[in-house]
Design a protein around this ligand. Sequence first.
Ligand code: MTE
Length: 355
Amino acid sequence: MSGQEYKSIPIRSWEITPEHVYRSRRQFLRLMGVVGAGTLLAACGVQTGQPKQAASPTGVSPDPSATVVPELHTVGTPTATAVATPTPVASATPAGSAAGFEELRTELTSYEAITSYNNYYEFTTNKERVARLAEGFKTSPWEVEVGGLVHRPKTFGLEDILGKFTQEERIYRMRCVEGWSMVIPWGGVPLSRLLEQVEPMSTAKFVRFETVYAPEQMPGLKSRSYSWPYQEGLRMDEAMHELTILATGLYGEELLPQNGAPVRLVVPWKYGFKSIKSIVKIELVDYQPETLWSTAAPNEYGFYSNVNPNVPHPRWSQSTERRIGETDRIPTLMFNGYAEEVAHLYEGMDLTRDY
Ligand code: MTE
């Protein structure tokens, strides 16, 4: 992520880290030895010195909120498992920047939690084992083929995405359909910038995304429960929306494999599964594309999958969520809190039907 420009976008003022806070944070991170070091994690508020929870089938430490939340991979099975809690985040703020952090009003989820509690089914359905299984996943060289209903199809190398477009920092909430959430400082580029370059045809109505299919590196692909490769889709106007980004970084560092390196989608007003990882193909089409989850369980995961506290999942409520690192559940917001920016996209639609 070196050499990239950072730009704060005024999405919602309270969500954006004020520049001086971000700078003091960045400076603080550098002082503490940069991301990855134990001291940094402690400084970010994670209690260190605590053994990492072992992954096991029963595997999960009790969720302090005592709320039982189903896991995605129980598709079609009416069972529920308590969600594992990554190392809890303490409320401590780093010395020397406490004032700045108070202004944040919403705590960033710790780097450790974001990089050690993942959904990436191509590796495993066990959230706490993804990082280890994805270690060494080959992300270079990498190409993203952009084609379909466009005037100028183009294959972008990762270096094109990093070098040709201004990389921006976006602090977004991420709400998983399973009922947990995080606040993540992504680095990346609005998808619209890339799509503008290929000149979409007026007949293009939807965008289809595909994850790399690499069975030799991804043990989870042996599972026959899903139709690989992972694929996702957006309507054209959703794809062109300013909030929709292709993320290449996290906390000012390169994206790690468990988070979808080297390039993934982030659509913050939709459930996390729409944010497809490790993208190799983007295709503009005139039909609503199939998605992995709507194929696996059409009655449970719709094409739109906008965060909506009023539409329960068939097997659990969506009215509340638990921020990873915190114990209490908090209300889930319509469109994950981005209604002002995106509600107009769905005017006239029945969101209980088109979920
Ligand atoms: N993309 C691919 N290719 N494979 C996946 O299993 N999981 C999705 C989404 N993108 C997934 C994926 C789900 S369910 C969620 S909640 C988010 O990625 C999790 O992103 P994170 O692990 O970076 O937090």
